[in-house]
Design a protein around this ligand. Structure first.
Ligand code: NOJ
Length: 585
């Protein structure tokens, strides 16, 4: 286990279009972000992840890039971006950029050239195939955004692969020239001084040879080809090459967006001796309520499975690699609506979830608005929605004969627009997000849920996040300590310990042991006795907890709780969505 700035930091994710609009055009922009850096510094976060602001036709909100070296006009200029980087660094914070290199926009000059003729030098930058003799697409893969993953292009009479929309053709990573262009582009941004990358669907860049047909029971003519493009055969080769040629030359962090990865696969991506990535997002957890891997099929989730998945990752990566801790982002519903209660216990449950994110081992990620307990939105009909994935699902579901009411219920729970409604800064018109007409409607709860109210109220979700971030900075055991799950079979309570130890590999030799002991001294210093106990109630009812005798409660000290009075005893009643963190010495 090595210490690192990105293990000790807290990340704040900004979705620029919905953060703050400085020029009244209805869209957030870079100058808007600069205006709010003091707010973020006050919150205590020290790493900002900026979702794409590159030049893009914006069919998939910037995940369709047409020029990697330019800033999209709507967000501002390169000078604005330089100013942002400078202002972030002046505050002692770091900036990481989104890296989207599984695909580009179809308006990227590489694709424009690639599609122009069969022998264009850029032809092989993308994945082109002939159709089958029976007139069908080259294979039966479904696009992640609905329909086929192939689009016929009349210019050359072949199909190109697009795992997302047809405006997002997949790059051909088998082509060395393409890889080197990507590495040059990454180096260009790193030389400007950025502190790392969040890598969009990075485990999709290697496709199985032959692009075989997928099997499965998905309705309709197309099947998930995920077995053939997630964690493909050359993924580790590509990442190690990228590491050697680019990443290893800078003191940066990287986080991979890697759907379909369990803890064993994660180790191969983030193992400290593997030279690939710093960490990957734990999507396995967010797929708990997907039926057959399909996010539009909602199935109930159970806390026991939730704890098992987190514990597997905590245990498996301990001392080997690093975790990322997050419950929502720009693609996911709001965490408080999904895992908490966004009505009666909104404040308590938002705080409870935050407690978990800041007391497990890993780097916490806060998605904009989470720090004030923003919730899902229920727009009355499809005309309010903007997300391409939601609009495609709606069309397909209605065409398949599913009742409108049911379709809207699913959209209310799952649409990516739940996370994309604008930041709620205050209770003035459009929540202070814009003086113009917002690109997407606000969540109507902004008069009650907003930053101004949170700042003024010492019991708010915001102030609780601040305290948690501060606490984590003060306690090395919360960052680096080993994790021990208690009461694994409790269906409502999530209870664990953090201990000031680094795990010993069974049977490790004397030399290794001496190294571990030295690292322990380095990390925990004289505080090598303090354990932390975390008790979280994931239900809206009072639950009874019996702790074992070896938890020395007599010497406990409450560090933080979302209820004002707390009694600690061996047998305790844990109130609805209660979260309490104790120091046991
Ligand atoms: C994952 C991104 O987070 C999402 O917003 C995007 O639509 C897809 N990748 C495609 O880039």
């Amino acid at each position: 286990m090595q210490k690192a700035w990105w293990k000790e930091g807290t990340v704040y994710q900004i979705y620029p279009r919905s953060f703050l609009d400085s020029n009244a055009d209805g869209n957030g922009d870079l100058k808007g972000i600069i205006q709010k850096l003091d707010y973020l510094q006050f919150l205590g976060v020290n790493i900002i992840w900026l979702c794409p602001v590159y030049k893009s036709p914006y069919y998939d909100n910037g995940y369709d890039i047409s020029d990697y070296y330019k800033i999209m006009d709507g967000f501002g200029t390169m000078d604005d971006w330089e100013e942002l980087l400078n202002e972030v660094h002046q505050r002692g914070m770091k900036l990481i950029m989104d890296l989207v290199v599984n695909h580009t926009s179809d308006e990227h000059p590489w694709f424009v050239a690639s599609r122009s003729s069969l022998d264009n030098p850029y032809r092989n930058y993308y994945i082109w195939r002939k159709g089958q003799d029976n007139g069908r697409e080259p294979n039966n893969w479904a696009s992640e955004f609905g329909g086929s993953a192939w689009e016929y292009d009349p210019i050359t009479g072949e199909y190109y692969l697009h795992l997302f929309s047809d405006r997002q053709p997949d790059l051909n990573w088998e082509n060395k020239a393409l890889r080197h262009d990507v590495y040059d582009m990454m180096t260009w941004w790193l030389k400007k001084g950025i502190d790392g990358f969040r890598m969009d669907v990075i485990n999709l860049i290697s496709k199985a040879e032959g692009l075989p047909d997928a099997s499965g029971a998905k309705e309709g003519p197309y099947q998930w080809g995920r077995d053939y493009y997630r964690n493909g055969p050359r993924l580790h080769y590509f990442l190690r090459e990228m590491h050697a040629k680019v990443l290893s030359k800078f003191d940066i962090m990287t986080v991979g967006e890697t759907p379909g990865v369990n803890c064993e696969k994660a180790e191969l991506l983030v193992g400290e001796d593997r030279h690939e990535l710093s960490m990957v997002f734990l999507f396995e957890l967010l797929e708990l309520d997907y039926g057959d891997g399909d996010k539009w099929k909602i199935v109930p989730w159970k806390l026991i499975d939730f704890k098992r998945i987190i514990s597997d990752w905590q245990d498996f990566l301990e001392g080997i690699g690093w975790n990322s801790l997050f419950l929502n982002n720009h693609d996911q519903p709001r965490a408080v609506s999904r895992f908490g209660d966004d009505h009666k216990f909104r404040v308590q449950s938002a705080k409870m979830l935050a407690t978990m994110l800041h007391t497990l081992q890993g780097t916490p990620y806060i998605y904009q608005g989470e720090e004030i307990g923003m919730t899902n939105v229920k727009f009355p009909d499809i005309s309010y929605y903007r997300d391409i994935d939601t609009l495609n699902f709606y069309k397909e579901a209605i065409a398949a004969g599913i009742k409108m009411e049911q379709v809207m219920d699913i959209i209310h729970a799952r649409s990516r627009d739940n996370a994309r409604t604008p930041m709620q800064w205050n209770n003035s018109e459009h929540a202070g997000f814009t003086a113009g007409k917002p690109w997407i409607n606000l969540n109507p709860n902004y008069p009650e849920v907003n930053v101004e109210e949170n700042l003024a109220n010492p019991d708010s979700v915001f102030h609780y996040y601040r305290q948690l971030i501060k606490l984590r900075k003060e306690k090395a055991v919360l960052i680096y300590g080993d994790y021990r799950l208690l009461c694994p079979n409790d269906e409502h309570l999530y209870v664990y310990l953090r201990v000031p130890k680094l795990r010993r590999v069974p049977g490790c030799g004397k030399k290794k042991l001496a190294e571990i002991q030295k690292a322990e001294k380095d990390i925990f210093g004289n505080n090598s006795e303090e354990k932390i106990l975390v008790i979280l109630n994931f239900s809206a009812e009072v639950k009874c907890l019996n702790l074992s005798e070896d938890i020395r409660y007599q010497e406990s000290q409450l560090l933080i709780s979302n209820y004002s009075s707390t009694n600690f005893a061996l047998e305790i009643e844990v109130r609805p969505f209660e979260a309490s963190v104790y120091s046991l010495s």
